[in-house]
Design a protein around this ligand. Structure first.
Ligand code: MG
Length: 286
């Protein structure tokens, strides 16, 4: 199964703040430097409520969404990601509630600049409702909510002057994202069982612990992610078998190296060796 990468649009693929800044100049003759935008909300640079309302009103008008300049680097990166072929790209974008043409303009914009297909575009107010393996978004709140709702996935904050206040994990160039998808740079690895931390794990992932002394290669990661996983004070471990099956299938359907699949398969077989729920205990010993 291909990895699903969710790409936010405004602020990640296109210069929303730049387009809004042009409106601010046209409306109020204010020349605001990009670094003056220190929050995600573009209207925060304006002083009065009337000015904020005027700007918001202009943004909802036909033509604004289409006028947003796409980032050239983003266009190239999406082209590269398509070529790699190991990921499914989904454009996840929040529509403007007051601009009835917004959705249609956004569709046309994505088709024109990113060769998007309609079925790759999701217009949604709550991005946490969309699951995937990786989310790139410039709004800290979206990253936080999505991460909570999708703990199996990874979310990175796209670096912008207006989100510097956030301490969330961020990314500031497309090469790192392409490398992440190609698995040239695996995510930092921390084994939830033996505690091994390694920033350069060649096996490429968070699924398999390379520590030969770790008793739970493969199993360690998915045990730690299971909701029903429990570890008692005396070191006994238990987990619900139905969750083992579901999680194991999810892992094995993923685009992961064969040696990890072997380790995971062994671990699943080991765990499922116990047939009834009550007896799925002491999985460390198997
Ligand atoms: Mg955005």
């Amino acid at each position: 199964m291909k990895k699903k990468i969710l790409l936010d649009v405004d602020g990640v693929l296109g210069d929303f703040h730049g387009a809004a800044n042009k409106l601010i100049f046209d409306l109020f003759k204010l020349d605001i430097k990009p670094e003056k935008f220190i929050t995600w909300d573009v209207t925060d640079v304006l002083e009065s409520k009337e000015m904020k309302d005027d700007l918001n009103h202009e943004i909802t008008k036909p033509g604004f969404c289409s006028s947003i300049e796409p980032y050239q680097e983003a266009m190239e990166a999406v082209r590269q990601l398509r070529e790699i072929g190991t990921c499914e790209i989904v454009f996840v974008t929040s529509p403007n509630k007051n601009g009835i043409q917004w959705v249609h303009e956004r569709d046309a914009w994505l088709i024109k600049h990113f060769e998007a297909k309609y079925e790759e575009i999701i217009h949604v107010y709550n991005k946490r409702l969309v699951s995937g393996n990786l989310l790139i978004d410039d709004k800290p709140k979206n990253i936080e909510e999505w991460t909570t709702a999708n703990p199996q996935g990874k979310a990175l904050l796209w670096d912008q002057p207006y989100n510097k206040y956030s301490s969330l994990e961020r990314v500031d160039n497309w090469n790192d994202i392409v490398d992440l998808i190609e698995e040239k740079k695996p995510p930092h690895f921390t084994c939830h069982y033996c505690g091994l931390h390694d920033e350069n794990v060649e096996c490429g992932g968070i699924y398999y612990c390379p520590n030969p002394l770790c008793l739970g290669p493969g199993a360690a990661y998915f045990r730690s992610k299971m909701k029903s996983y429990e570890e008692s004070e005396n070191g006994k471990h238990s987990v619900n078998p139905s969750e083992i099956i579901m999680f194991g299938e999810w892992l094995l359907n993923g685009d992961i190296p064969d040696k990890m699949k072997i380790a995971i398969s062994k671990s699943i077989k080991c765990l499922l060796h116990f047939e009834d729920e009550e007896s799925v205990k002491d999985i460390i010993d198997c």
